[in-house]
Each structure stands twice: as structure tokens, then as C-alpha cells.
Design a protein around this ligand. Sequence first.
Ligand SMILES: Cc1ncc(COP(=O)(O)O)c(C=O)c1O
Length: 369
Amino acid sequence: MNPDLIRPEIAALPTYNAGLALDRFRAHYGIDCLAKLDSNENPAGPCPGVVEAIRAEAAGIARYPDAGNGALREDLAAATGTTADQIIIGNGSEDLIGAVFRTVLRPGDHVVTICPSFGLHEFGALASGAHVTKVPFNADWTFPLDGMIRAMTAEAPRVLIFSSPSNPAGPAISETEFGALLKATPADTLVVFDEAYLEYLEPAARFDAMARLAAGPHPWLILRTFSKAYGLAGVRVGYGIACAPDLAAQMMKARNPFGVNALAVAAARAALRDTDHLALSVGLAAEGRAHLARHLSEAGFVCAPSQTNFVFFDTGGVATDFAEALRHRGVLIKPWLEDPFTSWARVTVGTPDENRYFLEAVEAMRVLA
Ligand SMILES: Cc1ncc(COP(=O)(O)O)c(C=O)c1O
């Protein structure tokens, strides 16, 4: 193949650091996975209503789904106090990260994000020909406001994008910090606020980010997902709330028209209705992250504070080696590959048994070291 065929922006991208599927794990390591803690999935799974809704919807799959995703957009508008024409549905929220970049970025544009960060915030922008400034978290894991403001002052970005609570680090931005950041953000910059882990926030850390955004001059997009607290990672459905119907409508053109399948829509609608299951999932995560962080800290590992369903910790060595050694004990976690965090890894809160397998495996490795 002629190497010139590939756009240089794509050729330069790394392969996405995805978690390992269970059948691939078994095929490669020849053992069963005891604890799959590498992809921030919900160990409680989806609510029972989701499985019934998918079964019921399956009878109709010979038909294309509604390209406008009308029913789910109506449900989400009611749930979020917005209008359906501000909502956009994606094949996972990652689909919407790509769509928003394709909608607004021109080659040479500037994008500001934080570091460590969710990979697609950077790679999606690079794929569109933008250049990305990644601002490292402060040493105490507060959001790097000064650095972000400096980066935006040096060159006004087309897009400011970051997640809060943050993946992979775990902390959440406070309302005061968010207000200060917005105040210093150029008015024309699109603020993409990724709330994939919103549901896991402790009550004291919650604030109405949408109201804050709506009160300011910026265009904005909030991203959320059904993959985490709702337990639907496998069916792929996420959503965005746009500042204005026109942004959602323009993004719809940058997305595949039938990219969100009928089973995913049925699943998401059912998941939204079961608030008890959501509360149970969030409770499990809150208990589990405290448990994991306590035991890891007692064992001498430095952990970042977490408002999510995972804990980011310093393995004290090469994280890929640490994760590989755990794999041989049937435990999957995600080593971080982004400089300067290549000694850090992220472990998802699993079932109590999975958490125990992980901690026992870490302890066994420490004893052997
Ligand atoms: C911060 C953040 N945003 C977006 C996503 C994408 O989620 P999905 O495409 O499953 O909705 C993830 C997944 O891990 C994430 O951590």
C-alpha cells in the first residue's frame, strides 16, 4: 500500500488503549479472568428492565431505527430539564466526541485539555488536524486552572474539553473552579464538558454545571453516557446536551444517520426509568473506591482522590509491567501510557470478590518483589 494513502494526522495516532475483552483474555492467557477492572464498567450490570426492553425490541430489528432518535431525546429532555432539540444521541459518547470535533475543528485549530485525560479528547482533535495543549493536573490533583488559562491566553482555543469527574485521574472540578475557568475562557471557545462519571459524584461535590454554562457567553456541549453507572457499555449509547438546537442539528450531520441502533435506544430508555438500580450502582462504586484506595494506600501506593468508579494509583514502577503481572493472576487493570503518568494505572471498582482478587494479587506481587 502506498503510505501516502493515509492522512498524516491518522498515521501519527497511536492505537487506542482499549480494555481487553474477556474472550481475548482467555485466548491469550489461557486462564479465566477473575476480575475485569480495566474499562470502568458497572459490576452490577444493567437493571432487569433493560434486558426485557432489548428482548421486546428484538422482534423489530428488520426495520431501520428512528434516525432522529426522537423517543430517547424526549425522555432525556424531560430528565435533564432541556428540550429534545438540544439533545443528541451517539453510539456511545465517544461517537459524539468525534462528531463535535468534525463539526467545528479546522486544520491548525487549537484545543486545550488536561493531562492525564481521556485519550479521545486528544486523539479526536488530532485526527481533525488540530493541535492540542495538554495541561497537567496540579500535584495535589486539583484542576490546573492557572495552566489552562495560560494555554488559552497564549492561543484562543476553538475547543476546551475535559472530563469531570476526570477519567483517568478521578477528581472533580468544584463550582468555584469551574466558574473561574469559564470567566477566563474566550467567549468564542466551545466548552465541551464531559460528564461520563457524573452519577458517581458525592452529593457535596455536585453543582449544576449546565446552569453555569448557560449563564455564560460560550457555546457549550455536555457529554454523558449510559456505559458507566447505567451498565450499558456493550450496547453503546451516550448523549450530548447542546447549548442550542443548531449545534445539535449540525453535529447530527457529522454523525452516521443510523449510528445508534434500536436495541441501544430501548435499553437506554429502560435504564433511565430505574432510579433504584442507579442508586445501587453508585453506592457500590462509592464503597468500593474507598475500600480500594484505603488498601492500596496502606500497601504504600499513592492514589489520586476519586469521585468515580475507579482509582488511579502509582504502581511505583512501569505500569504496563505491573498490569501484565496482574494479568497472569487473572486480574485486568489499565496501565496508563501517557507521559508523565506511565507508572500509574487505573483500577475499576468491581464486585466485592473482584476487588478482593485484585488486592490479593497486588499483595502477592509485593511479597514476591
Ligand atoms: C471521560 C469519558 N468520556 C467518554 C467516554 C466514552 O464512553 P462511551 O463511548 O462508552 O459512552 C469514556 C469512556 O470510558 C470516558 O471515560
